[in-house]
Ligand binder design. Structure first.
Ligand SMILES: [Zn+2]
Ligand SMILES: [Zn+2]
Length: 410
C-alpha cells in the first residue's frame, strides 16, 4: 500500500505553494525587503524553466507527433503552452544538451547563471555538435563568461565561440541568411503598398544605419512616431536615387517618376482633373506640382470633360547646369534649420511653371524631400526676400490644406 503522501501530485504542491506566495498582500515593502524575494523568485522561475525544458524533451522523445500533419514537438509546445517560438526552441535545445552541460545546470541551480545563459549555451553546443568539423563545446570556458556577463553580452560570447570553433559553418549560416532576403511589395487598389520582408543582420545594419540617420527627429516640433520617421526615411532614400542619375549605373537612363497632368491640374485650377503617376494611379494636383518641380512631366491638353486632346513632350526642369549652380548657392535645404546637404535636395519652383514661374535661379530653392512635401501638400509657403534669404510662412488659414507631416491629428 502506498501512503497518501506518495500519491500527491508534486505539481499540485507547487501550485498551492505559489497560490500562498501570491496571496501575500503587496505594497508597502522597502527595497531592502523586496530585493531578496525578487532574486529568489527569479531563481525559482529559472529552475521551473529547466524542469519545463526537460519535460518538453521527454515529450518530444515520445515520437508521438505526426509530421504528416506538419506537427512537431516545437509547434505543439509553442501553441499549447502559449509561448513564443524562441521559448519553445530554447526548451528543446536545453533538454537535448542538458546531459552534456552538467556544470551549467548546476550553476543554474545555484543561481550563478540564469536560464537565458543556459539556453544560449545549449544552442551553441547543438550547433557545434551538428558540425562535422568543429570540436565539442568548451563548457567550462563559456560557463566562466556566463557567470560574469549579462545574457546580452553572453550571446556575443557564444557567437564568438562558434566562430572560433567553426568559422566555415558560421560563414555558411551568414550566406544562408543573406540568401533568405526578400521584400514583398503588395500593391493595393489605390497604388499604396504593404511591405513585408526579411534581411540578414549585415544587410539590416546597412538599412538601419541609413534609415535611423535620415529618420532622426527634426527638432522638438517633430512629433512623428519613430515608425513614421523610418517610413519617411525609406521614401527619402528612394527619392534620392530618383534624383541622382549616377545611381541608375552603366550609363542607363536614370529612373524617373512619370507624371501625366493637364495644364489646368498643374495650375491647380478649380475643377481640374487629378494627375496620374506611374505605379501610383491618380494623385492630387498639389502632389503632381511637387513632383513636377523635378520630374519628367507630360503636360496634356484636355477637353471640357478631362479627355486628353494632345500630349506634349516630356521635359525636365531645370537643366543640369542650373541645378549645380542652385546647389552651390543654397548648400542644402533652405527650410528653417534643416541640415540636409545639397545632394539630398530637389529644386523647388517658388512660382510654379504653369503659374508663370521660370527656371532662373531667383525662382528656385533647394528643399529636402520632407520640406518639399511641407511646402506643397502641407501648404506652407516659401518666399525669397530681396536680400536672398528664405522665409517660411504658415499655411493661409482661409485655405483648407492637408495637415503637415509632423502632425498626428486624425
Ligand atoms: Zn516644389
Ligand atoms: Zn529640409
Amino acid at each position: 500500500m502506498c501512503d497518501a503522501g506518495e500519491l500527491r501530485d508534486p505539481l499540485a504542491d507547487l501550485e498551492s505553494a505559489l497560490a500562498r506566495v501570491r496571496a501575500v498582500p503587496h505594497g508597502g515593502r522597502s527595497r531592502e525587503q523586496l530585493t531578496p524575494d525578487v532574486i529568489r523568485l527569479r531563481r525559482l522561475i529559472d529552475q521551473a524553466e529547466l524542469e519545463f525544458a526537460v519535460r518538453c524533451g521527454e515529450l518530444a522523445a515520445t515520437g508521438e507527433f505526426d509530421p504528416e500533419y506538419s506537427e512537431s514537438a516545437y509547434q505543439w509546445i509553442r501553441d499549447e503552452c502559449k509561448v513564443s517560438g524562441r521559448v519553445a526552441s530554447d526548451a528543446l535545445a536545453v533538454a537535448e544538451q542538458s546531459a552534456s552541460l552538467s556544470g551549467s545546470v548546476a550553476a543554474l541551480d545555484e543561481g550563478r547563471i540564469g536560464f537565458g545563459h543556459l539556453a544560449l549555451m545549449a544552442h551553441t553546443a547543438a550547433a557545434l555538435t551538428e558540425s562535422t568539423t568543429a570540436p565539442p563545446i568548451d563548457e567550462s570556458r563559456l560557463l566562466k563568461q556566463a557567470e560574469r556577463h549579462t545574457v546580452t553580452r553572453f550571446r556575443r560570447d557564444c557567437t564568438n565561440a562558434r566562430h572560433a570553433a567553426d568559422s566555415a559553418a558560421f560563414l555558411n549560416d551568414y550566406v544562408d541568411a543573406a540568401d533568405a532576403r526578400f521584400l514583398d511589395v503588395k500593391a493595393r487598389d489605390d497604388g499604396s503598398v504593404w511591405l513585408r520582408g526579411f534581411l540578414d543582420s549585415v544587410g539590416a545594419a546597412s538599412l538601419r544605419t541609413v534609415l535611423e540617420s535620415l529618420g532622426r527627429r527634426d527638432g522638438a516640433g517633430d512629433i512623428r512616431t519613430s515608425e513614421k520617421r523610418m517610413a519617411d526615411a525609406l521614401v527619402e532614400l528612394a527619392e534620392f536615387a530618383l534624383h541622382n542619375p549616377d545611381i541608375a549605373g552603366g550609363g542607363a537612363r536614370a529612373p524617373q517618376l512619370m507624371v501625366t497632368a493637364s495644364v489646368d491640374t498643374l495650375r491647380n485650377a478649380p475643377g481640374a482633373p487629378a494627375a496620374e503617376l506611374d505605379f501610383a494611379g491618380l494623385v492630387p494636383a498639389e502632389t503632381a506640382r511637387r513632383l513636377a518641380c523635378d520630374a519628367d512631366i507630360i503636360p496634356v491638353a484636355v477637353d471640357g470633360e478631362g479627355r486628353p486632346l494632345a500630349v506634349g513632350r516630356s521635359r525636365r526642369m531645370p537643366n543640369t547646369a542650373t541645378r549645380r549652380k542652385l546647389q552651390l548657392r543654397d548648400r542644402g535645404c533652405v527650410f528653417g534649420n534643416c541640415d540636409r546637404p545639397a545632394s539630398w535636395t530637389v529644386p523647388h519652383h517658388i512660382v510654379f511653371h504653369e503659374n508663370g514661374g521660370g527656371n532662373d535661379l531667383d525662382n528656385l530653392a533647394s528643399l529636402c524631400n520632407r520640406h518639399h512635401w511641407v511646402v506643397h501638400e502641407g501648404g506652407s509657403q516659401l518666399v525669397r526676400t530681396k536680400d536672398g534669404r528664405f522665409l517660411v510662412l504658415p499655411p493661409p488659414s482661409d485655405v483648407p490644406r492637408a495637415r503637415p507631416p509632423t502632425t498626428t491629428a486624425a
